[in-house]
Design a binder for this molecule. Structure first.
Ligand code: SF4
Length: 748
């Protein structure tokens, strides 16, 4: 504080001055920019168009882009304050190398030389697969495409995956198994056209707020919400299905049973466009209303009402998010959703679709262009024809392409623990907060010979552990494209220069390739993200996710365009997949997969009597690396909390807002504020997962979907204890020197 301020002579006139602006009206003078830059929001997969106001080289304001087809000018609280994430104290500004246990600033040259020398050293000693890479859903598509080539063809390892496996992998696997390919069939417009909308495990009011606005704009719909918790979305429902945790497969099978019983299935569509109906009919025959009522806790009347509403609808929409995916049965639950849509012929019609609402702003981009769960362009690792086609396009031998996918995220962590992976490159993600059963992750990172973190922020709980930190440009500082949940490709533009010496991830990947000696082979003449985009267009041509008719100028002009958009397309319209009933399988027919309900893996016991559910809140994003830097968001939700039903609180003699510890077989989260609320059913508790200081992943389990490898974050058995006096409200986790976690505690 200045002397003038201290003695009361400085009234901060400049700070509080107001002025008029033709776009923003009468507002704070500080927020009035010199120019506006059109871009796309960098948080969630809704993909809102956003304008960043720039004044004297700094981002000073944002507003929704009124011309963008997704949000028509609206933004949620995170979007409305996104410019405040750019210039913060916590940004990574310089390369940092650990020497003698200390993080020291170094130049880019030394940082990149070290990375290549260490990675190559590990690979020469232990084999190419001793290098693992964990990436994200938040780079631009051009960066994912570049990284995939660099990892697979430059470093020659297939052990590459992204944090998308922690949120969307089950949707990907489910789509592949049912339809022969990844790719959500529907469009956001369907939320406005549907007459019945059934949301399963999808709290869009908190997690996809602008989609919620579009849903609300549809005044003719009946909204059905299935969720064990009375979420904000559940409060909007016409019909609420408060089902028991993880009973959704029984619910879906029960609905199919009732639809068959009431002759509300589309037998013509089933015959022409699907296989496996007889087996499905047989498998759902035991999901009678009586049985399903017992498993789900829903009344028979409610089940029948839901089935009839869905069965008689002209255009029913099925949407889901993490309530479905975060499970050992995630892929199969997606198959059950797809089954319901297929037997009623509700795929790819206006208003009617089984629609996975994705998490991160560009999770779709990495699914399309990356190397993790598929080869670029949704090509299959296992298909010799796909490998040959891709190799021909690249002018390389097909032998350089893997015949199966590499290790998935949790298996990379386990392989590091087993000393099979010796070096790890983590890009734009924060696993020390986000990975389940953190003790395992902690040990695995401690065993590495060399650990690199590339991120826009430092220190984070993960970058603190790194041997090398590469500072990356973030949203607002770089260019490329994002693809949102409805397959809409939108342009991302730089509003300001990167902080300090930070570089875009695209530039970092090219610089690594240069040091590795493969830049001209893999990326000939590339200088700008558009060079990657132009090559990606050729690679995607003729595939389901065909970008070949797109270019940056056209995307900018339209605000965003859905794929497929083959070369020669003249009209920009809403697109849906499989409208003709022709799927991406060998015979063109969709597969109906019978799936069975089972109890979730860790059931409550006398010692651990509660089922813990985890999730998100509207104010924060992932591990709060960004949103904790935005004062208004941080003030709205500064701490984690635990929701508990009043009856349970009474039994435990706990009063509102006391501090509690949450304890599982694996660990303990200390000092969490207790919220007593009817939003949660007796026997269940809920805690948001964003908070490193009181981290719910201390207690979550190592249980993964066997097909998608997505973690079962949603249900584990815990007990709740009053925090002893003297223990702080947020003790946080100790990052170093953690006790060993046995294989049994890891859930193996
Ligand atoms: S809904 Fe998602 S994309 Fe839209 S402003 Fe909010 S965080 Fe950004």
């Amino acid at each position: 504080m200045t002397l003038k301020r201290e003695v009361g002579l400085d009234i901060l006139a400049e700070k509080y001055a107001y002025a008029s602006d033709p776009v923003m009206g009468f507002t704070s003078a500080q927020k009035i920019p010199d120019r506006w830059v059109a871009t796309t929001c960098g948080y969630c997969s809704v993909g809102c168009g956003i304008m960043v106001g720039v004044k004297e080289g700094k981002a000073v304001s944002v507003r929704g882009n009124p011309d963008h087809p997704v949000n028509h000018g609206m933004l949620c609280p995170k979007g409305l304050s996104e410019h405040q994430t750019i210039d913060t104290e916590t940004r990574a500004k310089y390369p940092i190398l650990k020497r003698n246990g200390k993080h020291l600033r170094v130049g880019w040259d030394e940082a990149l030389d070290t990375l290549v020398e260490k990675f190559r050293g590990v690979q020469q000693k232990y084999g190419p697969e001793a290098l693992g890479i964990l990436s994200t859903g938040q780079l631009v598509t051009e960066e994912f495409y570049t990284l995939g080539k660099l990892v697979q063809l430059g470093f020659g390892t297939k052990n590459y995956d992204g944090n998308t496996t922690l949120c969307m992998a089950s949707a990907v696997s489910g789509y592949k198994r049912s339809f022969g390919s990844d790719g959500p069939p529907g469009a956001y417009e369907d939320l406005e056209k549907a007459d019945v909308i059934l949301l399963l495990g999808a709290n869009v009011a908190d997690n996809h707020p602008i989609l919620c606005q579009r849903l609300e704009a549809n005044k003719n719909k009946i909204l059905i919400v299935a969720d064990p918790r009375v979420t904000k979305t559940a409060m909007m429902a016409d019909v609420f299905l408060p089902l028991k945790p993880r009973s959704d497969i029984a619910l879906l099978n029960g609905l199919i049973y009732l639809l068959i019983e009431n002759d509300l299935v589309d037998r013509d569509y089933i015959a022409r466009h699907t296989t496996g109906f007889e087996a499905l009919q047989e498998s759902v025959s035991k999901y009678t209303p009586e049985n399903v009522s017992q498993i789900t806790g829903l009344s028979k009347e409610l089940l029948v009402k839901t089935a009839l509403l869905y069965g008689h609808a002209e255009a029913p929409f099925l949407g889901w998010t993490m309530g479905v995916n975060h499970s050992t049965k995630g892929t199969e639950t997606v198959n059950a959703i797809n089954n319901l849509a297929l037997v009623t012929g509700n795929v790819g019609r206006p208003g009617a679709s089984p629609f996975s609402i994705t998490g991160q702003c560009n999770a779709m981009g990495t699914r399309e262009a990356g190397f993790a769960s598929s080869l670029p362009g949704y090509r299959k690792f296992e298909s010799a024809a796909d490998r040959k086609e891709l190799a021909t396009l690249w002018g390389i031998s097909p032998d350089r392409l893997p015949t199966s996918r590499g290790l998935a995220y949790p298996d990379i962590v386990e392989a590091a623990l087993a000393r099979k992976i010796r070096a790890l490159w983590v890009i734009a993600t924060n696993p020390v907060v986000s990975f389940p059963n953190l003790g395992v992750l902690q040990q695995s990172l401690e065993t590495l010979d060399f650990f690199v973190v590339q991120d826009g922020f430092h220190p984070t709980p993960t970058s603190e552990l790194a041997d090398l930190v590469l500072p990356a440009a973030i949203w607002g500082e770089k260019e490329g494209t994002y693809t949102n949940s409805e397959r809409r490709v939108s342009k991302v533009n730089a509003a300001v220069a990167p902080q300090g010496e930070a570089r875009s991830d695209f530039d970092i990947f090219l610089a690594v390739a240069e040091k590795l000696g493969c830049r001209e082979e893999l990326f000939p003449g590339w200088r700008e993200p558009n060079d990657a985009f132009e090559e990606w267009k050729k690679i995607s041509a003729g595939r389901l996710c065909d970008y070949s008719g797109l270019d940056y100028a056209l995307i900018e002009r339209e605000g965003g365009i859905q794929w497929p958009f083959p070369a020669g397309t003249t009209e920009v319209t809403t697109t849906r997949l499989y409208a003709d009933g022709n799927f991406q399988t060998e015979d063109g027919k969709a597969r109906l997969h019978p799936v069975e309900w089972e109890p979730f893996p860790e059931q409550p016991t006398n010692d651990y009597p509660f089922v813990l559910n985890t999730g998100r809140t509207v104010e924060h994003w992932h591990t709060r690396t960004k949103t904790a830097q935005v004062p208004i968001l941080e003030r709205l939700a500064p701490n984690a909390w635990l929701e508990m039903n009043p009856r349970d609180a009474e039994t435990l003699r706990l009063r509102p807002h006391v501090r509690v510890d949450i304890v599982s077989k694996r660990g303990r989260t200390n000092g969490v504020e207790l919220r007593i609320t009817e939003m949660i059913a007796p026997g269940q508790v809920f805690m948001p997962f964003h908070f490193a200081e009181t981290n719910v992943n201390e207690v979550t389990q190592s249980a993964f979907d066997p097909i998608s490898r997505e973690p079962n974050y949603k249900q584990c058995a815990v007990r709740v204890e009053k925090t002893p006096p003297g223990v702080g409200s947020a003790t946080g986790r100790k990052l170093f020197g953690r006790k060993s976690v046995s294989a049994q505690e890891r859930g193996q």
